[in-house]
Design a protein around this ligand. Structure first.
Ligand code: NAD
Length: 519
């Protein structure tokens, strides 16, 4: 009997012992810099001459590791291996499959700082953000292990019909293409892999090109638990080559994707095409972008609201799908809240995240992102008024640092108020009143997260119904969803609202089979 799931506690970096332990993990991980990693298909390592680098965005000249540059042929081989492995893995009892996840969770908990340290270097996460990411990864493993056992046999939900004996089983789908983004490079892949495997599917795991190093360690963690060969295949390479082939293969049964709207929409379309030889309709589980808003009215605790806005906007440099990249503030308290937001933003420290736990802002992920964000800041300067930030930060190491930037008096329909920037840029919009604020909040094509700061019960209840997002928070920030506590996923063009970390998530990786025996 499993004990109750509880979220993993975050590390308290005010404790010197925790700081020392994290520093030691950083040193351990730094000693691994410079290795070359293969593809792993059917348990076999395949080294390729052609590789690509993964770097530290705080010091781009620092090549952390090299990864095999896989091709569409490798994707086919990996899918074939997963297809073979599915023949037996699908019948492994669910409790045994769950044990793989529980063991992986226990091991990741033991090596928690090591996994976080990899993200500090490869993704530019601060210690706090990296620790939260690893905690979430552990939570997914622990939570899905329990959920898998719960949902496997749903026969007791049927209406009895004697003398027939009824069965209702949630069985696996087949081979999954697991395609995560780089921004939660531990939690999201671990969650997707855990969900797919524990329900009896086999997978090809293609990490984001920016974060294959941490991905390798996740795959290795699963293999170390003794997974049979071919159950989890590791395939690095360009998304538009290997990822695209995984999506289009007739042997792929489902796609578990998190990433940008553009790629998500393309996958949705491709998944709908039945390829020659394909014998099923592919399932597409797609989680995409957001343009999330924090709403503040005149009854709110304004200090809490300002804190919530800054945390939501700038955690991990605003590179979260849940980031509160819009603040919508009712006119009568606009100046007061904006003044405090600017004050708090100016206090955020910017440095290479491996320099210590007190860094608030690291670099953005890569040159493309760096240029895109600076371009949006220019657009924002013409659409509104830059109140703080607005520039790149020069460093000796040429890291991709950008000042946390607040743009005030942004019209609700401006580009910086409608398009996902995915960087440390906050657009502040003035609303006439609460009604206007709610209308503005719902005005984008997305619908992922949102927050309302208000003490007015009737308004909160209106927002509960009318604020059209998958994850709504009252009087707190709009980021930081916890597994099992805040099932996570968005409406509209934010995706298929799969609610990762929720009680129904695993059903997306299964199909129910109804069996009746006349006794
Ligand atoms: P991205 O779309 O560029 O890449 C995501 C993944 O898709 C990567 O692994 C990439 O290699 C792969 N890919 C790219 N082209 C492909 C193709 N043609 N076929 C198959 N795979 C392909 O996104 P990103 O920059 O890695 O991530 C940032 C985006 O992710 C943001 O829009 C963010 O909002 C979103 N996101 C959403 C959630 C959520 O839960 N809704 C969570 C995290 C991130």
């Amino acid at each position: 009997m499993l004990n109750l799931y509880r979220p993993e506690a975050l590390t308290d970096f005010s404790q010197p012992a925790n700081v020392a332990a994290f520093q030691a993990a950083l040193n351990t991980v730094k000693a691994r810099i410079g290795q070359t990693y293969p593809l792993v298909i059917n348990g076999q390592s395949i080294a390729l001459d052609k590789t690509f680098d993964t770097i530290n965005p705080a010091r781009p000249a620092e090549v952390l590791a090299r990864f095999a540059d896989g091709t569409a042929d490798h994707a086919d081989q990996a899918i074939q291996a997963a297809t073979e492995a599915f023949k037996t893995w699908q019948y492994v009892p669910v409790k045994d499959r769950a044990r793989y996840l529980l063991r992986a969770a226990a091991e990741m908990r033991r090596r928690k700082h090591e996994f976080s340290a990899l993200m500090v270097l490869e993704a530019g996460k601060t210690w706090y953000e990296a620790d939260a990411d690893t905690s979430e990864a552990i939570d997914f493993l622990d939570y899905y292990a329990r959920q898998a056992v719960r949902i496997a046999d749903a026969s007791d939900q049927l209406t009895p019909y004697p003398p027939e004996q009824l069965g209702y089983y949630n069985i696996p789908l087949g081979v999954g293409a697991v395609i995560p983004p780089w921004n939660f490079p531990n939690a999201i892949p671990t969650g997707m892999l855990g969900a797919a495997l524990v329900t009896g599917n086999t997978v090809v795991f293609k990490p984001a090109e920016q974060t294959p190093w941490i991905a390798w360690h996740i795959a290795e963690l699963f293999w170390q638990q003794g997974l049979p060969s071919g159950v989890l295949n590791f395939l690095t390479g360009p998304g538009e080559v290997v990822g695209a082939r995984m999506v289009q293969s007739p042997l792929t049964r489902f796609i578990s994707f998190t990433g940008s709207k553009a790629v998500g929409l393309w996958i949705y379309e491709q998944a709908a095409k039945v390829q020659p030889g394909q014998r099923w309709l592919k399932r597409a589980i797609l989680e995409m972008g957001g343009k999330d808003a924090v709403l503040v009215d005149e009854t709110a605790d304004l200090e809490a609201a300002a804190q919530g806005i800054v945390q939501s906007a700038f955690g991990f440099q605003g590179q979260k799908c849940s980031a509160g990249s819009r603040a919508i503030i009712v006119g009568s308290v606009y100046d007061q809240v904006v003044g405090r937001v600017v004050e708090l933003t100016k206090k955020l420290s910017i440095a290479a995240p491996d320099s210590g736990p007190k860094v608030d802002q690291g670099p953005v992920i890569e040159p493309d992102a760096f240029n895109r964000i600076l371009n949006y800041i220019e657009i924002g300067a013409s659409e509104g008024k830059i109140l703080t930030g607005g520039h790149a930060v020069e460093t000796e190491s040429s890291g991709y640092f950008i000042e946390p930037t607040v743009i005030g008096d942004v019209p609700w329909d401006a580009r910086v108020a409608q398009e996902e920037i995915f960087g440390p840029v906050l657009s502040i919009i003035r609303a006439a009143d609460f009604d206007d604020a709610l209308r503005i909040a719902n005005s984008t094509e997305y619908g992922l997260t949102g927050a309302v700061f208000s003490q007015d019960r009737a308004r909160l209840e209106r927002a509960r119904q009318e604020f059209n997002v998958g994850n709504l928070y009252f009087n707190r920030k709009c980021t930081g969803a916890l597994v099992g506590v805040h099932p996570f996923g968005g409406f509209n063009l934010s995706g298929t609202d799969s609610k990762a970390g929720g009680p129904e998530y695993l059903l997306l990786f299964t199909q129910p089979k109804s069996v009746s025996e006349r006794l």
